[in-house]
Write a protein that binds this ligand. Structure first.
Ligand SMILES: [Zn+2]
Length: 618
């Protein structure tokens, strides 16, 4: 999924997520749901739903009597097949009439209704002209199937689905999978039937209802578009490359792995890769193709995320880094220069400017889960891995990883295993780039002396990043002389390393990493103005915190820099915006109410970090 970078909604990704720890991510209930049959009547006037879920499941332990499903904000009136049930918060506790065994298939018929909930992004939305579910949230538990139906709301419990969506007969309802027809209820409503016959995670299940025009792609019969009836002309311009994207990914990743349609569905607030029906933000359907990168990102999730799914949300980079890398793979359709340009400007730089310095794996809060590290750093890691392994081994590794885990789940360890099977040991790469924080800040030197008809070139590399980790990498230097040049690869595997090389011409300049093969501070440029502090930056913090009437901003590495500070409340509203110079780092809080705020600081050069601030009343 993605909140578009080019709209104000982008701010919701780094800023509003809770800093509370990710909870309940690893806890599985002792059931394996195999099918959800959902009948949902939508009342747009009262903004409520009246629904029945038939949940078919197999116990995963013997003598099962009690387990939990999840359901948010909606009230259960009856559970046929249970001896009793209770609701507590987001939990629906079920007691079976008799102990069940792992050989049994049981079905519960759950009647429920009410006003569905939403976060700012995820959840079930009643919009003036669209009613729709967004299956992932940024703020709390990412899995939001529970906002629409009672479910075992974990990415690893995949099931097949049927949908029966009853709406006014002026509207159209789309869901996952393929259409199984429409019933005219002869009372001013239609019921739209959809079947998803291959297993998917609950966060990918969604419905959307609007006055949709249904467009069928003329060049690839698998592709549909569900767009506002008044936006058809713009849709024809904005979706002109969808068939080429599908062909591109099929050639790189293998055949589209789903037996059903692929589609884009126009919805109001952001993009989400619901299986076979990507929800695409309305404002990006504008008649041109400048959001192709976003369409490509979501389409690629149909291999990475939707088909091979992270077992736990803490491995979400297996979805989002892969989809962000796939944006560049789409750009490569236009050539190597476009691929590299995209990697540098749209992947590496946004990450470097973010100021984030935590590992890709095992994010500890939703803010870290939905971070530039998860999207852009992980994509840059895949770009570098491809260069190191070479295309054949790299894509063979992707292929066997996909083949072994499709329709199921995977972990970071699974992915690494498949890549190592193609290449050999890669601990030196993954240990620092994936399990460690940050990126290298290189301090390089070069000098040369003539030796007979050769020149002896001495190259030195030190790594001076704040984080105490060493990045072993092949590092390139382009040595340029009069009318000639040569490329030297330096295997940088120890601190303060120096190597000598003989070249056949007199060097004039030595260019470090000339083709941007490495995610490092050098990507931001080194000469014209200092963008990164020489020793890198560390984590910004506020002191005191909690605070009463003032707090000061401490950010090691930025002492010479001015900073722009914005303070947001929990709704994302800017409540204070000030510029601070290098001599005063104090934020005046006298006029603030007690509560929780986010302090977003950008220093010269664009490096940005956010910290949570708690203001107490006395
Ligand atoms: Zn995504």
């Amino acid at each position: 999924m993605y909140s578009p970078r080019f709209s104000p909604m982008i701010l919701t990704r780094p800023l509003t997520p809770s800093l509370e720890p990710i909870y309940q991510q690893f806890e599985l209930e002792p059931v394996d749901v195999i099918h959800y049959d959902l009948s949902i009547d939508i009342d747009r006037t009262n903004e409520t739903i009246d629904a029945t879920a038939e949940v078919s499941f197999v116990p995963t332990e013997e003598n099962l009597t009690d387990f939990r499903l999840y359901l948010k904000a909606l009230t259960v009136s009856q559970v046929i097949g249970a001896a009793s049930f209770t609701q507590d918060g987001d939990s629906l506790f079920i007691t079976l009439p008799a102990p069940a065994s792992t050989g049994d298939t049981l079905t519960l018929v759950i009647d429920y209704s009410g006003a569905p909930a939403e976060e700012s992004w995820g959840g079930f939305h009643f919009h003036p002209y669209v009613t729709y579910q967004m299956g992932v949230g940024f703020i709390t538990d990412p899995s939001m199937g529970k906002y629409m139906f009672p479910c075992h709301d974990r990415p690893s419990d995949k099931a097949t689905f049927s949908f029966h969506i009853t709406v006014p007969d002026t509207l159209y309802a789309v869901a996952n999978g393929d259409s199984a027809g429409v019933t005219d209820n002869l009372n001013g409503t239609f019921t739209y039937h959809w079947n998803m016959n291959q297993p998917m995670s609950t966060y990918l299940a969604a419905i959307s209802v609007a006055d949709y025009a249904v467009l069928h792609d003329s060049t690839d019969s698998r592709i549909f578009y569900y767009v506002y009836s008044w936006d058809v002309d713009d849709a024809l311009g904005s979706f002109v490359n969808t068939d080429l994207m599908l062909a591109r990914y099929e050639s790189v990743y293998g055949a589209y792995p789903w037996d059903c349609k692929f589609s884009f569905v126009q919805t109001p607030i952001g993009d989400m890769e619901h299986l076979s029906q990507v929800y695409h933000i309305a404002s990006a359907i504008n008649g041109n193709t400048n959001y192709d990168w976003l369409l490509a990102h979501e389409m690629s999730h149909h291999w990475w995320g939707n088909c091979v799914t992270e077992q736990f949300w803490t491995d979400v980079w297996l979805s989002e880094s892969f989809a962000t890398f796939s944006e560049a793979v789409w750009m490569e359709t236009y050539g190597e220069d476009d691929y590299l340009d995209y990697v540098v400007n749209n992947i590496m730089k946004p990450y470097l400017y973010s100021g984030e310095l935590f590992p890709i794996v095992e994010p500890e809060t939703p803010a870290e889960l939905w971070s530039n590290t998860t999207y852009e750093k992980g994509a840059a890691v895949l770009y570098m891995l491809r260069l190191i392994m070479g295309d054949t081994a790299f894509f063979n590794g992707f292929g066997t990883y996909f083949a072994d885990h499709k329709y199921q789940t995977a972990t970071t360890v699974d992915f690494i295993g498949h890549m190592e099977a193609e290449y050999g040991e890669l601990d030196w790469f993954f240990d620092t780039w994936v399990y460690g924080p940050g990126y290298p800040v290189y301090d390089v030197s070069s000098s040369w002396v003539q030796q007979g008809s050769y020149w002896q070139l001495t190259l030195g590399i030190d790594q001076i990043q704040t984080a105490d980790n060493f990045f072993t990498m092949p590092v390139e230097f382009l040595v340029e002389g009069s009318g000639t040049d040569t490329l030297i690869t330096f295997w940088n595997d120890s601190p303060g390393q120096e190597e000598t090389f003989l070249v056949q011409f007199e060097p004039a300049t030595v260019v470090f990493d000339p083709y941007t093969r490495i995610l490092s501070s050098a990507v931001l440029g080194v000469s014209e103005e200092t963008i990164l502090p020489q020793r890198g930056v560390s984590t910004m913090f506020l002191q005191p915190n909690p605070a009463v009437s003032s707090t000061s901003i401490n950010w090691p590495g930025t002492s010479e820099m001015s900073m722009n500070v914005r303070v947001y409340d929990l709704s994302g509203r800017v409540v204070q915006s000030v510029s601070l110079d290098q001599y005063s780092r104090t934020l005046d809080l006298v006029n603030f109410p007690a509560g929780t705020f986010f302090v977003d600081v950008t220093v010269q050069g664009g490096i940005r970090q956010t910290a949570r601030l708690v203001i107490t009343g006395d």
